[in-house]
Ligand binder design. Structure first.
Ligand code: SAH
Length: 369
């Protein structure tokens, strides 16, 4: 494939009470904003560090910024913050955070520690990208909300900063999965800006190898994302044929499986990386050995690994999770034929923090501990 020119998202300025939210810029954008206001570029750099490395929200705490500049910033700018609306702790160490945005919307982030991960402890944060979701996958609870709005870059990155602060310096977040509420690639520009802040060593200082963006398969946005940032991509496939996928994921009408998998074959995936395909297993729907056989054919020519997610049951859906044996057999079938395949352990189920259980934020707000 010919390398495409890198995708550069449009810069949008987010205002709050008529003031510019400085956290909605990546570092370069913030520096430009300072310059366009007749200030020195390096002031942008300094403010960026105060906000993202020190978590400062008050300009007056920025002691290396001249008083007159601070006064001007107080007048024209603001540093956004998510209001904590509670947290729930699971008995497996998972924590679900509920945030209230400035407009009163609620979003969730889920912290999933795996201190025994082979090699090195893994502490993953599952981050939301939208309030609600427009994709309407039939099995997913977030879809029931419909799309309320996109999150701004600061609302996305603040989830990471604020959970990090809550955990303390000795338990740093190591991995980010954009697998919370929303379809991240439906909010591409803001996603890219927020990830730049996550990757920036003067910002949240995370590695691109440790950031995974999960998507229903918005084909053009997948290409744009990969041309902009070298992060990992996960595709929610969830079916082994076009007809089956159409039943549960309406986006298939827009981008066929052929189109989606063709794109995956051509994405400039780094040598050491594979595209993850998430496959939510639903009993009697997509969990037969015929499904497994079809899945193997679909994966031909793609540097892939499959992540089986046994369906998390909930009262709002008449969908069953396959037995543990069925999941194991399915995995074994794939692995024994040379396909990389893992099973996602369900975490945080007792606090409704598991995959597909986010989005009941308002209702759970009253029951938080
Ligand atoms: N919109 C993106 C990001 C959300 S990720 C995407 O779809 O990829 C959430 C993951 O949880 C998706 O892979 C989705 O298929 C899966 N999921 C949704 N509901 C689920 C449920 N009840 N049980 C298990 N997985 C579920």
């Amino acid at each position: 494939m010919t390398p495409e020119s890198p995708y550069i998202p449009r810069r949008k300025t987010y205002a709050s009470n008529g003031k510019v939210d400085l956290k909605s810029f990546d570092r370069e954008g913030l520096q430009e904003w300072f310059v366009s206001n007749g200030e020195k570029k390096f002031r942008g750099h300094q403010v960026f560090k105060w906000m993202w490395q020190r978590g400062v929200t008050d300009f007056d705490a920025m002691t290396n910024i001249p008083k007159s500049t601070r006064a001007w910033l107080n007048e024209t700018a603001t540093i956004s913050w998510l209001e904590s609306a509670g947290a729930q702790h699971s008995n497996d160490g998972t924590r679900k955070y509920l945030w209230e945005c400035e407009d009163g919307s609620h979003i969730e982030s889920v912290f999933i520690p795996d201190e025994n991960h082979p090699g090195k402890a893994r502490r993953t944060l599952c981050v939301s990208s939208q309030v609600g979701c427009a994709m309407a996958c039939t099995f997913c609870l977030t879809g029931d909300l419909g799309l309320k709005r996109n999150l701004s870059p600061s609302e996305i990155a603040n989830q990471v900063l604020q959970v990090s602060q809550d955990l303390g310096e000795d338990r740093p977040i190591t991995n980010i999965v954009m697998m919370g509420m929303g379809e991240p690639l439906h909010n591409l520009d803001n996603l890219i800006h927020s990830i730049r802040t996550m990757l920036d060593d003067e910002g949240l200082n995370l590695s691109h190898r440790k950031i995974t963006v999960s998507t229903v398969g918005l084909v053009p946005a997948m290409k744009k994302l990969q041309s902009a940032l070298p992060v990992n991509i996960a595709v929610s496939l969830n079916a082994s044929s076009e007809a089956q996928r159409l039943e549960v994921m309406p986006i298939t009408k827009r981008y066929s499986m052929d189109d989606l998998l063709g794109t995956c074959r051509e994405l400039p995936v780094h040598k050491s990386k594979r595209i993850t395909f998430e496959y939510v297993m639903m009993a009697g729907f997509n969990d037969s050995m015929e499904d497994a056989a079809r899945l193997i054919r679909l994966m031909r020519g793609i540097k892939s690994k499959i992540n089986l997610i046994p369906y998390n049951e909930n009262p709002a859906r008449d969908i069953r999770r396959p037995s543990a044996k069925r999941v194991k057999d399915f995995q074994h079938y794939l692995v024994s034929r040379g396909v990389h395949c893992s099973v996602r352990t369900t975490r945080g189920k007792d606090i409704s923090a598991a995959c597909g259980q986010l989005g009941k934020a308002k209702q759970t707000a009253t029951t938080l501990v």
